[in-house]
Design a protein around this ligand. Sequence first.
Ligand code: PEP
Length: 259
Amino acid sequence: MPRQFFVGGNFKMFDPPNGTIKSITDIVHNLNGAPLDPKTEVVVAPPALFILLVREHLKAELEVCSQNVFDKPNGAFTGEISAEQLTDSGIKWTLIGHSERRVVMGETDEFIASKTKAALDGSLSVILCIGETLEQRDSGRTIDVVTRQLNAVKAKIGDWSKIVVAYEPVWAIGTGKVATTEQAQEVHKAIREWLGKEVGKEAAEKTRVIYGGSVNEKNCGELARQDDVDGFLVGGASLKPACEFCLFLFFSAGTGGEC
Ligand code: PEP
């Protein structure tokens, strides 16, 4: 069975006009009307404040994802949201391990692994982000870094069937500097080989490995044609004013096009 193509939109905490009730409602309206490829799984991750608004208005075929989740099921943890609270609100996905959380919030491999376990225990599916910095790439350590990040998660979970791995080179996120198709395919292939060796043949065959980092309507077509690229995690371009309708169309069809 071929792996179902997967497209995630990470809305981050971008300034208005992208992060207001009006702008988020407009995006939902556009997505509801967009002729997205029905064979593609599409998931959007709005800021926490807008999760319920988006879930209430987004058509049921499209899923909503939290940008974060805590690693405990309940307790005195001011400001945090648990997996159980998300599932209770109709949210089925969460992002974990985004480089902005690793770097800006100081989240460690171990904490990310704990959050992944808590998310799965709470019945969420997980977009697990991994990737190297420019300095790590330049010193030839890309595969070592993503392997270390994956190993940390493997130490805490055994079942990878609800995980989508997002390879997001840190140097490509929000920079306009997309990985070449060769760079992306090389790392995606290594991730799949790791899955085969460390988790099992079925996990290697079935786990979606998606690419994130300055994906746009012009570069997504060629990336999508790589054997081990099963979709995208898109930040800035998922919010391009007035264009997210056609961008999601291009992304979801994996074809690319002029916007
Ligand atoms: C992201 O935030 O996951 C991302 C890939 O951002 P951008 O597409 O803006 O590089």
